[in-house]
Write a protein that binds this ligand. Structure first.
Ligand code: M6R
Length: 382
């Protein structure tokens, strides 16, 4: 059942090249269609996204006033990781809601809102109740789930199955990366007619095609992450800094560490560093900084400089061959080097070594990997 792995979480982390491929299978047309002799190029027969469960709703969604993503835990982080992509390429206002908070506030939802409910299990009580609330307000409800026939899949008007395969470990891993792929595909489907966004859209589709191999390459960091876990296993706390697309990576990595390794960990938006968290920084506290190349580059280099100036124990997640980071952070800084993809997909790559780290930390600290104390895989009571 565990296919030679010790734990389901470990198996599911290693399955990600295939689970991501399954999410895209039959939905992404990567290659250009070469026209027959004498035929003209038809731009719309080139790279394409086809989401069967959503296709007929695309025009309605485009006419909506805003997209509201509703989820809990890791599924919420997947929405956060994709928010900027959705804003930029679907060109719609996007709001994010933690399902419990939406319900606590009885937040306003309107008939022309397009509400997207993201849930691995499709059974989470808060997300399900928020769905009922949005339906009562007359909004279009879209499901993004991993479980065919689940309550959320059945109760939404339309949706996308992420097809990541059964996830057994309580800590969500492969569903997180597949959720991001599914939401990105949704954004791409929404901008299919835009000529202006064509180049950006094509670059994202091409990069989607490279994800499985790049994740395979990242999984080779396993022994390095075990080594890092050995160094960190006795720590009380671990901070994770990120910004832009990778704020979600910081939150998700911290959630994984606290959830399974039972170590205090906090994901911090690097832009908020000076508004409080900097006070915690000293030579004793390990800090992971997600600093892969993207348009936040200059700002992240400055964050690193400031953390270094305060003697922080830095672990930097950066792209392979990024010599600027090594020069800036010095020899004592530990680097996790990952392959580069387009910036909006980089969080999918970046989380993988951090999933491995939390897995190894858990095993080394002697805790139950697949059944962390007090937690259930699917939270069906709110
Ligand atoms: O099944 P769902 O995606 O709706 O579950 C939401 C959260 O309960 C879930 O993601 C939880 O945060 C995970 N155990 C985190 O690894």
């Amino acid at each position: 059942m565990k296919g030679g792995y010790e734990h389901y979480m470990q198996k599911e982390i290693h399955e990600q090249p295939e689970s991501i491929l399954q999410t895209m299978r039959g939905r992404v047309k990567f290659s250009r269609v070469v026209p027959k002799e004498g035929e003209a190029w038809d731009p719309y027969t080139e790279r394409r996204i086809k989401l069967g469960g959503l296709a007929e709703y695309i025009p309605t969604i485009r006419r909506g006033r805003r997209l509201m993503f509703v989820a809990c835990g890791t599924s919420y982080h997947a929405c956060l990781a994709c928010r900027q992509t959705m804003e930029e390429i679907a060109e719609m206002p996007v709001s994010l809601e933690l399902a419990s908070d939406l319900l606590d506030r009885r937040a306003p939802i309107f008939r022309d809102d397009m509400c997207v409910f993201v849930s691995q299990s499709g059974e989470t009580a808060d997300t399900m109740q928020a769905l009922q609330y949005a339906k009562d307000k007359g909004a279009l409800c879209i499901g993004v789930t991993n479980t065919v026939g689940s309550a959320i899949a059945r109760s939404t008007h339309c949706g996308v199955h992420i097809n990541a395969g059964c996830e057994i470990g309580v800590a969500s891993t492969k569903a997180y990366t597949s959720q991001q792929v599914a939401i990105t595909m949704m954004a791409l489907a929404l901008c299919e007619d835009s000529i202006r966004l064509r180049a950006q859209r094509d670059a994202i589709i091409d990069s989607l095609g490279t994800l499985p191999d790049k994740i395979r390459a990242v999984l080779k960091l396993d022994s390095k992450m075990l080594e890092l876990a050995e160094q960190l296993k006795g720590e009380q706390s671990l901070l994770v800094f990120g910004r832009g697309y990778n704020y979600a990576t910081a939150l998700e990595a911290a959630l994984k560490v606290k959830e399974v390794a039972l170590m205090h960990s906090e994901g911090i938006l690097a832009g908020e560093m000076k508004h409080g968290p900097l006070a915690l920084v000293d030579e004793h506290l390990p800090i992971i900084v997600v600093a892969t190349r993207d348009r936040m580059r200059g700002k992240m280099l400055s964050v690193l400089q400031q953390l270094r100036a305060r003697g922080a124990q830095l672990i930097v997640l950066c792209n392979k061959g990024d010599s600027d980071i090594q020069d800036l952070c010095g020899k004592s800084c530990r680097l996790i080097q990952v392959p580069e993809v387009v910036e909006c997909l980089q969080p999918i790559i970046n989380i993988v070594p951090l999933q491995l780290l939390s897995y190894h930390l858990t095993v080394l600290r002697g805790f139950n990997v697949d059944q962390p104390r007090n937690l259930a895989k699917s939270v069906t009571v709110s």
